[in-house]
Design a protein around this ligand. Structure first.
Ligand code: HEC
Length: 160
């Protein structure tokens, strides 16, 4: 019987640290969540947020809006209205009705009028077209700022 004793002795020291580890992990998780909560409001007013005339402004703020709301009809192989929004060339080429953006002049840009629902009621329709939801005011403001600041974005990949 004494042979079994070492094994029995081994168990308790292992259990306690494991519980400590779990406690420590949940503490870490909670502090991470708290840190995330504390960080968010600061991020919004962050001084180092990219300026509208930078590539970072496009990749971090504008492109995600296009991706979520426009790519399914104007990205990749989808060019509804003969308009592709995913490349600079596509944006500058415009759609069936010709030019849709004037870099540096948001007010003259059809794209802005369409997302603000200030364009024609149909042909071309408001974008994204009904029944899709209108973009939020914040998203419209972001795209407007970006076009107004010159529509800066990364160079297109070379044509295949
Ligand atoms: C569900 C599909 C769909 C989505 C999503 C969509 N579009 Fe369109 N878009 C179309 C169709 C269809 C046309 C052609 C409509 C027309 O000419 O009346 C078009 C045309 C356009 C045109 C060209 C207008 C012209 O006639 O030259 C612009 C600019 C445009 N869309 C911008 C956007 C933007 C910006 C978004 C995202 C915020 C978006 N679209 C989302 C379907 C879509």
């Amino acid at each position: 019987m004494p042979r079994n004793q070492p094994a029995a002795d081994f168990c308790p020291p292992f259990r306690v640290p494991l519980q400590h580890k779990i406690a420590a992990l949940s503490l870490a998780a909670i502090s991470l969540a708290a840190a995330a909560l504390l960080w968010q409001p600061r991020d919004v007013s962050a001084q180092d947020a990219p300026a509208p005339n930078t590539v970072a402004f496009y990749t971090q703020r504008v492109q995600p809006i296009f991706e979520a709301n426009c790519y399914r009809c104007h990205g990749g192989f989808n060019h509804r209205g003969h308009f592709s929004i995913a490349t600079r060339a596509g944006l500058l080429r415009g759609g069936m009705d010709g030019s849709v953006v004037v870099p540096g002049n948001a007010a003259q840009s059809l794209l802005i009028r369409l997302i603000r629902h200030e364009g024609p009621a149909n042909d071309p329709m408001p974008m994204p077209p009904p029944p899709h939801q209108k973009l939020s005011d914040a998203d419209i403001a972001t795209i407007t700022e970006w076009i107004q600041a010159g529509m800066v974005m990364p160079p297109d990949p070379p044509a295949k």
